[in-house]
Design a protein around this ligand. Structure first.
Ligand code: ADP
Ligand code: MG
Length: 396
């Protein structure tokens, strides 16, 4: 369970013999809409959530980086100047690849790791691992922001998002995009982050959930998904092939008005893969416009349409996700969709505050009746992005 900030400082002090310079915290994220659009250079609309990872960080007199997590209470350490060689030799493994990868990636972006001060980092998190809430980006972003401050690097948050992605791609070895880090670093209270994955331009879009008395309910199916399995890379390949057949460098350049031509050029399966991405990009744009012009009550149909598109065209849903979405809708959600890469993971529903318990109860009952593993349901609140939460008196 979560430790208080005071406990984290106490634990850090016991571990290192001195108080931390500060605590930096960064949230996990949920993607409101825009699925499998990131690697097609399209649009996504994630938001930062009220589950956070905190990194207590203190400076050392030497050039060592030592990382410890309350996750398993183990510590891993390297000389900062030797991180690149350790990475090349495949010596950075397990969870420490996330924080150590960030330090390495800061070096790749220009930090001089042979001159910066060593650090002790103690990580504590309330972001559940593997539930599709990006506990990985939460670690990366908290550590990136901390080191950026303590090493006086002056990198922008956009650059720190790239640092997190580089760590995840090159040190952890996961071929992920930049959405998660952008949401974690750029999120704001009751807002989503509208991200153009081609230009990397990001814009904070107010959600207005509080005023509309709406909650976002996460329904975790507990069916585990893995990027390593074939489905994800198959879909990526289908998108690349579809774009090439259309004479486009990516599906970002294919519009809804091009779909008739796509239907003539492509076989049925390829056409449906392309149609999902093309219509999903449009749905993200429509969602942003609806939020700006009409407020969150107007986006339910777009969430529903996104789910249908993933279920029927992209074929990445599973019966558990479909059941969660349908049951939520039948019990008062104004919109619902699976979220994340698919083949498992969680669905989200936009639910009036007063109906959250009704929807949760109905989803649990429906899963029991279907003989599925009991889901885990909880609400998330769109929240602030990464920030320094303690020790702000320290020089920047
Ligand atoms: P997610 O969807 O939660 O981001 P990932 O597989 O991308 O799933 O990242 C989860 C991994 O991140 C964990 O297996 C672990 O290596 C690391 N991780 C997450 N939270 C922590 C933590 N509190 N302490 C140490 N490592 C963590
Ligand atoms: Mg992750």
């Amino acid at each position: 369970m979560s430790t208080t900030e005071h406990d984290l400082i106490t634990n850090f002090t016991e571990l290192t013999g001195h108080a931390p310079e500060g605590i930096w915290s960064a949230p996990g994220r949920v993607n409101l809409i825009g699925e499998h659009t990131d690697y097609n250079e399209g649009f996504v609309l994630p938001f930062a959530i009220d589950r956070r990872t905190r990194a207590a960080v203190g400076l050392r007199a030497d050039g060592t980086i030592r990382v410890t997590s309350t996750f398993d209470d183990t510590s891993v350490q390297f000389e900062l100047a030797a991180l690149d060689a350790a990475r090349a030799a495949g010596e950075i493994t397990g969870w420490s690849a996330y924080p150590l990868g960030v330090a390495w990636a800061l070096g790749q972006h220009g930090a001089d790791l042979s001159r910066v001060s060593g650090v002790d980092i103690l990580i504590d998190s309330t972001v559940p691992v593997g539930a599709g809430l990006s506990s990985s980006a939460a670690i990366e972003s908290s550590v990136a922001l901390a080191l950026n401050d303590l090493w006086s690097l002056g990198f922008t948050r956009e650059k720190l998002a790239k640092v997190g992605q580089l760590a995840e791609n090159e040190v952890v070895g996961a071929p992920t995009g930049i959405m998660d880090q952008s949401a974690s670093l750029l999120g704001a209270t009751d807002s989503a982050v509208f991200l153009d994955c081609r230009s990397l331009d990001a814009e904070v879009v107010p959600l207005g959930l509080a005023k509309a008395e709406l909650s976002i309910l996460v329904m975790d199916t507990r069916v585990s998904h893995s990027h390593a399995t074939g489905g994800y890379s198959e879909r990526r390949a289908a998108c690349e092939a579809g774009a090439a057949a259309m004479g486009a460098s990516s599906l970002r350049d294919v519009n809804v008005t091009d779909l008739d031509r796509a239907k003539e050029l492509l076989d049925d399966v390829s056409y449906r893969r392309v149609r999902h991405v093309v219509t999903e990009n449009q749905r993200v744009l429509d969602t942003v416009r609806a939020l700006n012009d009409e407020g969150p009550l107007a986006i339910g149909a777009l969430l529903d349409a996104s789910h249908v598109s993933m279920r029927d065209d992209f074929e990445i849903s599973i019966p558990e996700l479909d059941l969660a979405v349908e049951t939520a809708r039948d019990n008062g959600a104004i919109g619902a969709r699976m979220t994340g890469g698919g083949f498992g993971g969680a669905a989200i529903a936009l639910v009036p505050h007063a109906l959250v318990t009704t929807v949760e109860t109905a989803v649990h009952a429906a899963f029991a009746a279907a003989g599925f593993t009991a889901p885990v349901t909880f609400t998330v609140t769109p929240s602030r992005g990464a920030e320094r939460t303690s020790g702000t008196a320290t020089k920047k």
